[in-house]
Ligand binder design. Structure first.
Ligand code: FES
Ligand code: FES
Length: 127
């Protein structure tokens, strides 16, 4: 099975790899794929004044498609509100990266990681 050019590009030049130190402005999502045991950690940094996601980082232990999916969503969420970030669908990720059916779960991992990061941020700010 050949990887698409976009997958290879994100795999070889992943955007936004790394982590933020934990703080009030950071939401962290860590999810695993039961299908293969891969793990994705994705963090968002929210500007408290605007409520918009100003930065995002990820670390993924997984296949090329999982790394490409997480790299792509860290680009997509920047500048978005939390509600907008929650509208990102794995089908959009899979379409953008031209993932084959056996790799769809890798894009689901990225959607789940974003949702978990937003949930974590909101839990920190609920009172
Ligand atoms: Fe784990 Fe994809 S099966 S790397
Ligand atoms: Fe499991 Fe890609 S995340 S094969």
């Amino acid at each position: 099975m050949a990887y698409s050019e976009k997958v290879v590009d994100h795999y070889e030049n992943p955007r936004n790899v790394g982590k933020f130190d934990n703080s009030d402005d950071v939401g962290t999502g860590m999810v695993g794929a039961p299908a293969c045991g891969d793990v994705m950690k994705l963090q968002i940094k929210v500007n408290p004044a605007t409520g918009l996601i100003e930065d995002a980082k990820f670390k993924t232990y997984g296949c090329g498609s999982a790394i490409a999916s997480s790299s792509l969503v860290t680009e997509w969420v920047k500048g978005k509100s939390l509600d907008e970030a929650l509208t990102i669908k794995n089908t959009q990720i899979a379409e953008e990266l031209a993932l084959p059916p056996v790799k769809i779960h890798c894009s689901i991992l990225a959607e789940d990681a974003i949702k978990a990061a937003v949930d974590d941020y909101r839990a920190k700010h609920a009172n």
